[in-house]
Design a protein around this ligand. Structure first.
Ligand code: TXE
Length: 495
């Protein structure tokens, strides 16, 4: 273990190990070998980090800093991330096995969130109210919540953190971050940039360790005002319940079972590429995966054949290499879950059109690879169409007409994203109205921006990230009443 890279946490501005001095290994999914270590934190570390964030919120330079200066710090952090994008992307790929091209693209884009929310920091305005009572001057203020706990998953560690960090800081909160135990290294590396940018001690803290022992302690700590979480729906429900004990604010982003709908009038070749990017990019490990491909019956065979042919040509390999198109999956439990779902699908009668297991290429033997897999003749009642797999498995489901497409698309407990492929403008708008999901893409897929609110309907979550709406998730409104008259009216009745 001597040559493993050690990443440390930051609490109160100091780089630190865990109180217990224990470490957890971080494993490279391409080699199957540990390459780094992170502190194994528990409740003692959680308390220290939260107390540090609480101190920074109530006392010291952050508590009195102008919003304009907060914004400048955010923008400086954005510049430093832009400078170190390659280094951070390489750490992410080593930790989660996703393509370097994908992680580098995310890292290069990430500064925009810090610039956007840095710009918003000093545009948080209250209002003077035209109040219906005489002699009262009444206004509203928007104030930060306090200590925010950000719990992030392994699929896009820094991007999904940024979606929380940038608006939370712009609003004036302080933060404790718990990254996934599988992919903590890039978050800990980011903390060097936080220091360099000049954030006061205690404003941003990290603790690393297991969700069930550390994450739940953070969520239930009474000094925490808000929990911002991205992860699975079962964990999200536990986080929601834990946060309820002290009536905390929550944002939950919980994945989905997104329909990607191809109408016969679509440009079929574009739709095929959209289907591929919806499910095989990032080996299907994205919350917005278009895992249900709904295809109008008259083009069902053509689309199925083209999607299979395209997916068949995908190059599996070392995620650091430019020519690789599909990398390994991030964790061993996730690989097992994906392979189990393949058995479930076969057991339910879905027809396997491609893949269906692990690749037999000896070059890939050490990595946690799964073949790009496609099932045809899937019915929307099958588990493969109802449950989030979070892997490279596509289910193709036929439909007859618009009515049936809407019915199948909405027949899910989730509602995060959706795609519609059509050349009919009326159909595009109508489908966008009728699909119950937080995002609808028409003739494109997997587009996100710092400017566009993102989040789920139904069990895909609560709250929105990105866009102006996101900053409100980290603010609360205060009404202030100033009596301009002398004396106090009848104290026994409502004023
Ligand atoms: O996620 P978890 P897992 C889905 C996907 C995947 C499944 C399970 O379907 O197969 O979830 O993945 C922390 N209190 N998504 O188990 O458990 C944990 O340490 C507080 C969708 O890896 O949700 C990590 O930091 N925190 C998704 C974070 O929660 C807890 C991304 C996410 O882990 C906790 C990832 C607890 N009790 C998985 N238990 C998306 N929406 O993009 C765990 N954690």
């Amino acid at each position: 273990m001597a040559d493993l890279v050690r990443f440390k946490n930051t609490v109160d501005g100091q780089s630190c190990e865990s109180v217990s001095s224990r470490w957890l290994a971080s494993v490279n999914p391409y080699t199957g070998e540990a390459w780094a270590e992170i502190p194994h934190c528990d409740a003692d570390d959680a308390s220290a980090a939260i107390e540090s964030a609480h101190r920074a919120f109530t006392k010291g330079p952050w508590a009195t800093m102008t919003a304009t200066n907060r914004g400048k710090l955010l923008r400086r952090l954005g510049d430093l991330i832009a400078r170190d994008a390659e280094k951070l992307a390489a750490i992410e790929t080593r930790d989660n096995g996703k393509l370097y091209a994908e992680m580098h693209g995310q890292l290069r884009y990430m500064p925009e969130w810090f610039y956007y929310f840095g710009g918003l920091a000093d545009k948080i305005e209250g209002g003077v109210l035209p109040i219906d009572k005489p002699n009262l001057f009444t206004y509203t203020k928007k104030e930060p919540l306090g200590v925010v706990v950000a719990i992030t998953p392994w699929n896009s560690p820094l991007l999904l953190l940024t979606w929380k960090l940038a608006p939370a800081l712009a609003a004036g909160n302080t933060i404790v971050i718990k990254p996934s135990e599988f992919t903590s290294c890039s978050t800990l590396a980011l903390m060097e940039l936080v220091k360099e940018a000049g954030f006061p001690d205690g404003v941003i803290n990290t603790v690393t360790g297991y969700g069930h022992e550390l994450g739940s302690t953070l969520v239930e700590h009474p000094m925490v005002a808000k929990v911002a979480f991205t992860g699975g729906d079962a964990t999200g429900a536990a986080v929601y319940a834990g946060a309820a004990k002290h009536i905390k604010h929550v944002t939950l982003e919980l994945g989905g079972k997104s329909p990607n709908i191809v109408f016969a009038d679509a440009n079929i070749d574009d739709a095929v590429k959209g289907a591929i990017s919806g499910i095989f990019a990032a080996s299907g490990q994205t919350c917005i995966a278009g895992s249900r491909l709904l295809v109008q019956r008259s083009v069902y065979e053509e689309v199925s054949q083209k999607v299979v042919a395209f997916a068949k040509s995908a190059r599996l390999g070392n995620p650091m290499e430019e020519t690789t198109q599909v990398g390994p999956v991030t964790t061993l439990p996730q690989r097992k879950k994906i392979l189990d779902y393949m058995d479930v699908a076969r057991g339910e009668g879905a027809r396997c059109l491609l893949g269906g297991g692990t690749p037999d290429d000896p070059e890939l033997a050490k990595g946690w690879f799964v073949e790009p897999t496609i099932f045809g003749d899937v019915s929307n009642s099958m588990r493969i169409a109802r449950e989030e797999v979070f892997g490279p498995i596509l289910s193709i489901i036929p439909f007859e007409d618009d009515e049936e497409a809407v019915e199948i698309a909405n027949d899910t407990i989730y509602g995060l994203a959706s795609g519609v492929w059509t050349s009919n403008i009326r159909r595009a708008f109508t489908m966008a109205d009728r699909i119950r999901a937080g995002t609808v893409w028409v003739n494109t897929y997997r587009a996100v921006s710092f400017m566009a609110p993102f989040g789920g309907y139904k069990m895909s979550g609560i709250g929105r990230e990105s866009g102006q709406a996101a900053i409100d998730e980290y603010l609360q409104t205060k009404s202030v009443w100033i009596n301009l008259a002398e004396g106090v009216a009848n104290p026994f009745v409502l004023r």
